[in-house]
Design a protein around this ligand. Sequence first.
Ligand SMILES: [Fe+2]
Length: 283
Amino acid sequence: MATRHELNVPGDWFVDTSCIDCAAAREVAPGLIVARDGQSVFARQPQTEEELKMAWRARLLCPTASIHTATKQATPDGLFPQELTSGIYRLGYNARGSFGAHSYLIRRQADNFMVDSPRWTSNLVAKLEAWGGLSNILLSHRDDVADADRYARHFGAHVWIHEWDKAAARFADNTIKGREPTAIAEDLLAVPVPGHTKGSVVYLYGDRAAFTGDSLAVSHRDGDLTAFRDACWYSWPEQIKSLRRLLDYSFEWVFAGHGGSGHFPAAQMRLRLENLVQRMANE
Ligand SMILES: [Fe+2]
């Protein structure tokens, strides 16, 4: 029986006390679901149709199934995959094994790429089947592997991970090596970014999007780029160097595993990244 967290605002929707504070729900329901005392709670009840969708997305992606309605409600369809910008989707159904990390889908002309993995979910599998399956699964680092093995087997997809994080995904049939970028397709580049983990990788999709794993995110607290020193498992000085090397590339979207995702025009993204690297180096 779910225990309603006492700091939820009164009403039908609530978060229970099993929340692990992965922050994933807050990313898809900003303003509705907020942090309080190291867990998430509803600060407002959803009112509009769009807010109801936000609450439902939070409920579906929550890795600990901590989000509920007091009354019984039919689950709406079509909330995931959620298009974030043309051809790029949030997959939802975040896995507890990856501490609620977000995963993504790139719908390309010829095939579909998954970036990191959600938990195995038949609803999502059916959608992916209808969209032509998966050709490749790109793992950003060892922490966010989740059910990639099962998705790869089901869809016959190739799996990519850096050799330095491969222990977490021995089933991967492609490894990214060393510190040099590897071209995965004409519009997809794997850039090694040791730091958060030794084998962390940023995947660049054309000159539009960077899938950054846990190496770089957008902070919704101040609306700027951020990196997580408290969750840096390998080397902070290496992470600074890695993010500095990212300045060689142009992109306007950051899609993060943990933390926020967001858009800035490319020139502004570059400036913000420069400033972040500077702040990190000065800390
Ligand atoms: Fe991580």
